[in-house]
Design a protein around this ligand. Structure first.
Ligand code: GLN
Length: 279
């Protein structure tokens, strides 16, 4: 079968199953098997696939039809213009999380800071910060050993292996020094909503999504426990669901009545980041 026919068939199967980007997904799966870039694919549309290639592509299309996220199938994802290895042990980095990175970079430009990324998962936030803030000292924690393995291999892929100090444990429990910035994309989906998530999202680690009965369990713990780990003038940046804005501002005000607090919007203009600046 020719490449162009294969793309049409896969694209149609994916479209029928409801994928909004069916053609693009068909291309990505085919290119993943053939290990070719987009330009090469387009200049070889008349080339004929061998049997093994056809079978391999069909197998990946079936996995996608069974709602496996594209990033788990290809094992990669771009975040903050960097490439990351992704496995089903880690949450797939989302574009909206780039807002967290932007905010930390904004306050870190002038002076080198000590930063901790709490619940680092794939390492996306910590690594994007390490690449963009060459003088910052960066620590990253996660309770999942498997996630930390993925994060460590991502530091190698992005040439920042020596820049990040990984620690395994819950939230800030393993932090034995004070930092200037706490940044985190914690689990924040209420437990009873997990079963209603999109089928793809349900394939991601629930430990990275489930934020307890009201979704705020880890955010409460993090804000409640962070004062002893923060230097004077320290900053906290936590990703939230837009619906949680008022509740997280209340939690912040209860623990840090004198701090400057704000909710920052992501690129889609959704409330996405709780910012607390100690004064
Ligand atoms: N933003 C993610 C989602 O809605 C959730 C990430 C998280 O819980 N930290 O799928």
């Amino acid at each position: 079968m020719k490449i162009k026919d294969n793309l049409n068939i896969s694209g149609e199967l994916l479209m029928k199953s409801g994928s909004p980007d069916s053609r693009l997904e068909a291309e990505i799966l085919l290119r993943h098997v053939l290990k070719i870039d987009r330009a090469t694919m387009f200049s070889n549309l008349e080339n004929v696939l061998d049997n093994k290639q056809e079978n391999d592509i069909a197998e990946l299309v079936q996995r996608r039809l069974a709602n496996e996220p594209l990033s788990y199938i290809t094992g990669t994802r771009e975040f903050y213009s960097l490439d990351f290895q992704i496995t089903s042990d880690v949450l797939i980095p989302r574009q909206e999380t780039e807002t967290l990175v932007d905010e930390v970079i904004k306050i870190s430009k002038e002076n080198p800071l000590k930063i901790v990324d709490v619940g680092t998962g794939s390492g996306a936030i910590a690594i994007a910060l390490a690449v963009n803030l060459p003088l910052a000292k960066i620590i990253a924690t996660d309770i999942s050993v498997d996630a930390l393995h993925v994060a460590e291999s991502n530091t190698k892929m992005n040439d920042v292996f020596s820049r990040i100090n990984f620690k395994q444990g819950n939230l800030l429990d393993v932090l034995d020094e004070k930092v200037d910035v706490i940044v985190s994309n914690p689990p924040y989906i209420p437990s009873n909503q997990i079963e209603h998530l999109q089928p793809e999202v349900k394939k991601e680690p629930h430990i990275a999504l489930d934020g307890g009965s009201d979704g705020l369990e880890y955010i409460r713990q993090l804000i409640g426990n962070c004062s002893e780990n923060l230097n004077d003038n320290g900053h906290i940046f936590i990703e939230i669901d837009p619906s949680q804005s008022e509740e997280v501002l209340e939690i912040a005000d209860t623990h840090f009545p004198d701090a400057i607090t704000a909710i920052i919007k992501d690129l889609s203009q959704d409330n996405r980041v709780l910012s607390i600046h100690l004064t």
